[in-house]
Design a binder for this molecule. Structure first.
Ligand SMILES: Cc1cc2nc3c(=O)[nH]c(=O)nc-3n(C[C@H](O)[C@H](O)[C@H](O)COP(=O)(O)O)c2cc1C
Length: 178
C-alpha cells in the first residue's frame, strides 16, 4: 500500500518504495517459474569484474526449513515460508573475493524487489559475516570451505501486506562537501 507522499512519485521502480520485509506467509506454493524468475533476477545483478560468484540453494523441505529457522534468534521466518533461497558465495570462482558480500547483497536485493513485483514477499535473514551463523548453515548443507553462506531469504505469498513508509531524509544528503 502506498502512502500519500509515495503517490506523488511518477517515475521510477515502484517496488523500491512499496517493498517491506515479510515474515509471515500463506501456505500457497510458489511455482517453479516464479522461482526461476527470482533466480534469473538475482543473477542479473552487478558484481565486481562481472565475476558472478553466486550460488543458490532452494529449500522446500520442512525439515530443512526448520533447521534454517534456528540459525539465529531472528531467523524464525524461515520455517513459516514455503521456500527459502539460501545465497552462497563461491570463493573459488571469484577473481575479487574481497567483494563477495557486496556482490551477493546486490543479488539478494534483486530477488526481494522481483518478489514484490510478482505479488510475493520475503525477508533478508542475515548470515555473513557472523561466524556462528555461517557455521550453522555450513553444517546444515555440509558445505565445503570455499562456499560462503551469505543470507537466507524466506519467500512466499504475504499473509498480509505492510504499509511502507518513505524514509527519504534530506539531512543525510551532502552536495560537493560534508
Ligand atoms: C543485512 C541484513 C540482515 C537482516 N537480518 C534479519 C534477520 O536476521 N531477521 C529478520 O527478521 N530481518 C532481518 N533483516 C531485515 C531488516 O530487519 C529490515 O530490512 C529492516 O527492519 C527494514 O524493514 P523493511 O525491510 O520492511 O523495509 C535484515 C536485513 C538486512 C539488510
Amino acid at each position: 500500500m502506498l502512502k500519500k507522499k509515495h503517490k506523488k512519485m511518477e517515475k521510477g521502480i515502484k517496488e523500491i518504495f512499496t517493498r517491506t520485509s515479510i515474515r509471515n506467509f500463506k501456505e500457497t506454493e510458489i511455482s517453479k517459474s516464479d522461482i526461476e524468475l527470482l533466480l534469473k533476477s538475482a543473477m542479473q545483478a552487478p558484481s565486481a569484474g562481472n565475476q558472478q560468484g553466486w550460488e543458490f540453494i532452494i529449500v522446500d523441505e520442512k525439515e530443512t526449513l526448520e533447521k534454517l529457522s534456528k540459525v539465529s534468534p531472528y531467523s524464525s521466518p524461515a520455517k513459516k515460508a514455503p521456500i527459502c533461497i539460501v545465497i552462497l558465495g563461491n570463493i573459488q570462482k571469484m577473481k575479487y573475493p574481497e567483494n563477495v558480500d557486496m556482490d551477493l547483497s546486490a543479488a539478494a536485493m534483486n530477488i526481494l524487489l522481483q518478489a514484490k513485483a510478482i505479488g510475493l514477499g520475503g525477508v533478508w535473514l542475515g548470515v555473513a559475516p557472523l561466524e556462528d551463523r555461517m557455521n550453522m548453515v555450513k553444517q546444515i548443507f555440509t558445505l565445503p570451505d570455499h562456499l560462503r553462506p551469505f543470507a537466507i531469504l524466506p519467500i512466499g505469498v504475504p499473509l498480509k501486506e505492510n504499509e511502507s513508509k518513505l524514509r527519504y531524509d534530506e539531512s543525510k544528503v551532502h552536495w560537493n562537501k560534508y
